[in-house]
Design a protein around this ligand. Structure first.
Ligand SMILES: [Fe+2]
Ligand SMILES: [Fe+2]
Length: 299
């Protein structure tokens, strides 16, 4: 319940606003998406300039059909990793509120967000099913680190990690939903996700600032490293090497080409720009963790 304590009052004010918006604009992908509409074989699944190989000699050697196919597998890979992150975020949010007063708006909004993420993961899963691609997953080490984070993360790590994944996806999806040359299914899924994620981002940004203000120096130093490593996991997991193999490319070679591709590195940096700047303002991108941010292609 709100008290005279300032952070608590601010926390409840944010939650009240977000609960109201959630009640007004929430989607049910089951009814809001026409899952029977066929995919258009001629349309790309993502803007060409955002694909990881665009602009490289490997890309120049692909036919139009291979490029469309690669765009499908890259979107499927990002959506699959999105599901993995959302499942992790649901665990982190549950841990965050488990011991708090369920009468507060802060707890009720966290539960509302878990409900959103639950529907998002089903929506992404159905989209991947409709694509007919594999559900790509992060590498075993990244999955193990995710389990560790899921079991141990405190508030600073929870909301910083959530924001890195949410803001990168948000930037890519805002562009996709506005591009009328793309597959309508990708545009609709993107639009639903962008609308509902806007409030998740608000919730996490406000709460992260409060969590940082309440954290001690030792815990902040540890959090910086964990957050930097989470950023590394996000950028390195987005495009699974299997996406390249699906169009007949050597997966290891294509992955190396993508990571050297200045256009792809710029896409990663651009997609994370808002959250990188915000975390820098909060002092969370500093010290030894900066190396992780650089090797994530985000600085
Ligand atoms: Fe989501
Ligand atoms: Fe979210």
């Amino acid at each position: 319940m709100p008290t005279t304590d300032t952070p608590q009052t601010a926390r409840e004010a944010t939650a009240a606003r977000l609960l109201k918006i959630s009640a007004g604009t929430s989607y049910d992908p089951d009814v809001d998406i026409d899952w029977r509409a066929p995919l258009d074989p001629g349309r790309m699944y993502a803007p060409e300039h955002r694909l990881s190989l665009a602009g490289t000699p490997l890309w120049d050697g692909l036919t139009r059909e291979q490029r469309v196919e690669l765009s499908k597998h890259e979107v499927a890979s990002i959506a699959s990793v999105g599901i993995w992150f959302e499942m992790l975020l649901m665990r982190l949010l549950l841990r965050h509120v488990s011991d708090q007063d369920p009468r507060t708006g802060h707890v009720q909004y966290a539960l509302t967000e878990i409900g959103d993420e639950c529907r998002h993961s089903i929506m992404f899963a159905r989209m991947i099913e409709a694509f007919g691609t594999p559900a790509y997953r992060p590498a075993p080490l990244e999955r193990a680190l995710g389990k560790y984070l899921g079991a141990t993360a405190g508030g600073v790590q929870t909301f910083a990690a959530a924001l890195i994944a949410e803001e990168i996806l948000d930037a890519l999806q805002r562009e996709a939903m506005a591009d009328d040359s793309l597959q309508p299914l990708v545009r609709m899924v993107s639009r639903i996700h962008v609308v509902e994620e806007a409030r998740h981002i608000r919730y996490a940004r406000d709460e992260l600032a409060r969590q940082v203000a309440g954290a001690g120096p030792v815990s902040l130093a540890y959090s910086r490293l964990m957050i930097g490593r989470a950023a590394w996991t996000v950028t390195h997991s987005l495009i699974h090497p299997g996406a390249y193999a699906a169009v007949g490319l050597d997966p290891a070679e294509a992955r190396a080409v993508a990571w050297r591709n200045p256009a792809f590195r710029e896409t990663l940096r651009w997609s994370a720009e808002r959250i990188t700047t915000y975390l820098q303002e909060l002092g969370l991108v500093a010290g030894p963790a900066k190396r992780l941010w650089r090797s994530s292609a985000l600085l």
